[in-house]
Design a protein around this ligand. Structure first.
Ligand SMILES: [Zn+2]
Length: 470
């Protein structure tokens, strides 16, 4: 995947007569065009206009000049899987769009994506409009939304074409929870989406089997958090991934698999690609950085699904990100407070999900063998390309000037210094090698010296279109 996204040019031939730039970042270590180089970046009207050496001649008295002092300069992060202002497991997520997207910015993520779910009697277009307005009132990052296909949406799959025409070409499917679609329903939905050039997204786990294991735990009084991953074995994810990919193959749909948590998924993804399927797949920081010993340390707090898995599952996922079997890293941010998570009666009553919208980008940098270029690809460029966020995710001429300047002082993650609202972090005490210092969205500095300079609602909605064989 990496090679496809490389452009081999620098824009060095700007003429002195050209209009001056509003923003120049000087002396950066830029991760751009598949390369890492010392140089400058210039932006005007919210777009990147020049990349190269010694661009000071493009400045005039009104130009904001930032000296990056040899620090890393990357595109803004793109997190295409987060849940803000979401009611699940009997609780509202502790971040709404305002606090969650602000935390994302502090973590260097400048575009976030969330989900639309229809109510029983609501059309997809009406639900999209409602959720978009809710997010627009609060969003601090640029943002977009995926549509969900719930069981009650099977009666309105004929709306899919209109939803795609409105700039929402991605549709989330579940093979778990009350949202479970059976194989025939998946096939029907995938076919309709493929007909209109959209992209199905899938949460794949074998739910009937998981339910039976949970029922057995309950009847045997095994209620501690350590039982959570035991009820969702890795093979029950690998099996579901294989089945979903077979259904996608039969339907002719491309597929974006969400939150791969185990090595069992990887041969299934490769098998599908070998027969010519277009398959994209993401993982999350909690699957590459954490193992199930965390339940001993933190009790029910880290319960999420798919679960954080046993030691030994993390390295293959990190290696698959580096090698290209996995394409991207999302947060699956779905935060709850300690009080909401601490339900001593049974692990299966704990609302599932954890915080990582702020830490995703920095944690991924430090994965084993992760080059700077690959880091930017999996956290910015690839997710933007896959879901059709045009002009996002790369330091490239003509793209939005969404930029992060990184401090390379080591930073120890603590919930006290994070901006996520949950009063705990699964990464408490973990040291990372770099942290965003200055964060810029469409040429506007929104984070500087630890201060948020924007306001809720300053994020812009992104209409999207996906293209085959990107
Ligand atoms: Zn999710």
């Amino acid at each position: 995947m990496a090679k496809k996204f490389r452009a081999n040019f620098f824009y060095n031939d700007h003429q002195k007569d050209d209009k001056s730039m509003q923003l120049i970042i000087k002396n950066g270590l830029l991760v751009a065009n598949g390369q890492v180089f010392h140089g400058d970046l210039a932006a005007n009207n919210g777009k990147i206009c020049a990349l190269g050496q010694d661009l000071s001649f493009l400045a005039d008295k009104d130009t904001l000049i930032i000296d990056a002092q040899d620090q890393l300069v990357t595109p803004g992060g793109v997190d295409v899987h987060a849940h803000m202002s979401y009611f699940v497991g009997g609780c509202w997520t502790s971040d709404n769009f305002a606090s969650g997207t602000k935390a994302a910015l502090f973590g260097g993520t400048t575009t976030t994506m969330d989900f639309v779910e229809t109510k029983a009697e609501e059309s997809m277009l009406a639900a999209l409009k409602r959720r978009r307005e809710e997010a627009q009132a609060q969003a601090c990052t640029d943002f977009s939304l995926h549509m969900s296909i719930l069981p009650h949406d099977m009666e309105r799959l004929d709306e899919i074409g209109a939803v795609i025409a409105q700039g929402c070409p991605t549709f989330k499917h579940y093979t778990a929870y009350a949202f479970t679609l059976d194989d025939g329903q998946l096939y029907r939905s995938f076919k309709e989406i493929a007909k209109h050039g959209g992209l199905p997204l899938v949460h794949a786990e074998n739910w009937p089997f998981i339910q039976e294991l949970i029922r057995r735990c309950a009847s045997e009084g095994k209620l501690e958090p350590q039982n959570h991953p035991l009820c969702r074995p890795a093979w029950a994810e690998g099996e579901a991934v294989r089945r979903v990919l077979d259904i996608a193959y039969a339907s002719g749909a491309e597929t974006f698999l969400f939150h791969q948590s185990c090595a069992e998924d990887l041969p299934q993804i490769e098998r599908a690609r070998q027969r010519g399927q277009i398959v994209y797949a993401e993982t999350c920081p909690h699957y590459t950085c954490l193992d199930s010993s965390i339940f001993t340390k933190m009790g029910p707090l880290p319960i999420c699904s798919p679960p954080i898995r046993e030691k030994g599952q993390q390295e293959p996922l990190a290696a698959a990100l580096v090698s290209g079997v996995l394409d991207s890293v999302s947060s699956d941010h779905c935060p709850f407070t300690r009080a909401e998570k601490n339900r001593p009666d049974a692990f299966f009553k704990v609302p599932g999900g954890l915080s990582s919208v702020e830490t995703r980008f920095m944690l991924t940098k430090d994965l084993p063998n992760m080059s700077l270029n690959r880091w930017v690809e999996v956290c910015c460029t690839n997710p933007a390309r896959i879901v059709g966020l045009k002009n996002k995710g790369a330091l490239q001429i003509g793209f939005d000037a969404d930029i992060v300047i990184w401090s390379q002082e080591p930073y120890t993650i603590t919930s006290d210094t994070l901006h996520e609202k949950a009063d705990w972090s699964p990464y408490e005490g973990r040291q990372v090698s770099a942290k965003p210092e200055t964060v810029i969205v469409r040429g506007q500095v929104l984070i500087k010296n630890g201060q948020f300079l924007g306001k809720p609602g300053c994020g812009q909605y992104q209409k999207r279109a996906v293209h085959r064989n990107i």
